[in-house]
Design a protein around this ligand. Structure first.
Ligand SMILES: Nc1ncnc2c1ncn2[C@@H]1O[C@H](COP(=O)(O)OP(=O)(O)O)[C@@H](O)[C@H]1O
Ligand SMILES: [Mg+2]
Length: 271
C-alpha cells in the first residue's frame, strides 16, 4: 500500500491462554493520516487485532506468538500497554465503557495525564478541543456519565481518547446499538478528526456500508484471517461483499445456511 505506513502488522498470530489460536497470520497496513476499515462478522477476530496493537491483549492472557507489529517503524508487539499508549496509540474499546459515576468532564480528564507531556497542551486546552468537536459534551459536561444517552457515552469515550493526544485511534464498533442519526453525527466527527487533526484511524465495524463510506480502504476478516483487502470503491462492487456484508443483492440480507456453505466452498477454491 502506501510507502510510509504509520502502522504495520506483519503476519501476526495471536493466542489466548497459550493454546487458543485466534489470529492466524494477519497483515494490515495503515498509511499515515488514513482511515482504514477492518470488517468482519462477529467472532472473526477484529477486537483481538486491535488489542494486539494496543497491548491490551496482555490483560486477557493473550499473546502475539508470531509475526510483528510496527508503529512508526518500531516494534511494539512486546511492549506494555502503557508504553504503547505513550507512543501515541489509543484504543476505544467496544461497548462505550464510561466511568459511570464520574461526570462527563471527569471522564475526559481520565485520559489527560498523557496530554501535557505529549502535546504541551494544558488540560483546559485539551477539553476545549474535545468540546469543539463534540458540542454536545460541553452541554453535558457536569452530568453523570452513567445517565447520558448511548450516543453521548460513545462521544465521551472518543473524547477521552482524544485527550491522550493520539497519533492513531483504534476504534472498535462505534456504531453498535446507536440510532442512525447519531451514528451519522459520530462518523462526521471522526472524519473531521482525521482530516483536521491528522489522526490516523483503524476502524472496526460490523456495519460495512458505513465503514466503506468513511474509509477509502478496507480489510475483510473471517475466522482469524484477512480474506480480502481493497479500496472501498472496489469492495462495494465485489459480489461477495454485496451478498454477505452489504445485503444488497437479490439474495437479500438474510442468507440461507446453504448459500453460506456454497460461498465458503467457492472461497476455498479461490484461496
Ligand atoms: N479473552 C479471551 N480468551 C479466549 N478466547 C477469546 C478471548 N477473547 C476473544 N476470544 C475468542 O477469539 C475469537 C475472536 O474474538 P474477537 O476478537 O472478540 O472477535 P470480533 O471482535 O471480530 O467479534 C472468538 O472466537 C472469541 O471467542
Ligand atoms: Mg469485537
Amino acid at each position: 500500500m502506501a510507502s510510509d505506513p504509520i502502522l504495520k502488522l506483519n503476519n501476526i498470530e495471536v493466542r489466548y491462554h497459550e493454546v487458543i489460536l485466534v489470529l492466524k497470520g494477519v497483515s494490515i497496513e495503515v498509511p499515515r493520516g488514513a482511515i482504514v476499515a477492518l470488517l468482519g462478522a462477529n467472532g472473526a477476530g477484529k477486537s483481538t487485532t486491535l488489542k494486539a496493537i494496543s497491548g491490551l491483549l496482555n490483560h486477557e492472557d493473550g499473546e502475539v506468538t508470531d509475526g510483528s507489529i510496527e508503529f512508526e517503524g518500531k516494534r511494539i508487539d512486546k511492549q506494555s500497554a502503557e508504553h504503547i499508549s505513550r507512543s501515541g496509540i489509543v484504543q476505544v474499546i467496544e461497548g462505550r465503557r464510561v466511568f459511570e459515576h464520574l461526570t462527563v468532564e471527569q471522564n475526559l480528564k481520565v485520559g489527560a495525564h498523557l496530554l501535557t507531556k505529549k502535546s504541551g497542551k494544558t488540560i483546559k486546552e485539551g477539553l476545549e478541543m474535545v468540546y469543539h468537536y463534540f458540542p454536545r459534551l460541553r452541554q453535558k459536561r457536569n452530568e453523570t456519565a452513567g445517565f447520558i444517552s448511548g450516543g453521548e457515552q460513545q462521544m465521551t469515550v472518543v473524547g477521552r481518547a482524544l485527550m491522550t493526544s493520539p497519533k492513531l485511534i483504534l476504534l472498535d464498533e462505534p456504531s453498535m446499538g446507536l440510532a442512525p442519526m447519531l451514528i451519522h453525527e459520530i462518523f462526521n466527527i471522526v472524519t473531521k478528526l482525521n482530516t483536521e487533526q491528522q489522526i490516523s484511524i483503524l476502524l472496526v465495524e460490523q456495519n460495512a456500508k458505513l465503514a466503506l463510506n468513511v474509509a477509502p480502504h478496507a480489510y475483510v476478516m473471517e475466522n482469524g484471517r484477512i480474506v480480502m483487502d481493497d479500496t472501498s470503491e472496489r469492495l462495494r462492487e465485489n459480489p461477495d461483499i454485496k451478498d454477505f456484508y452489504l445485503g444488497l443483492t437479490d439474495k437479500g440480507s438474510r442468507k440461507s445456511f446453504r448459500e453460506v456453505k456454497h460461498y465458503k466452498r467457492r472461497k476455498r477454491w479461490l484461496t
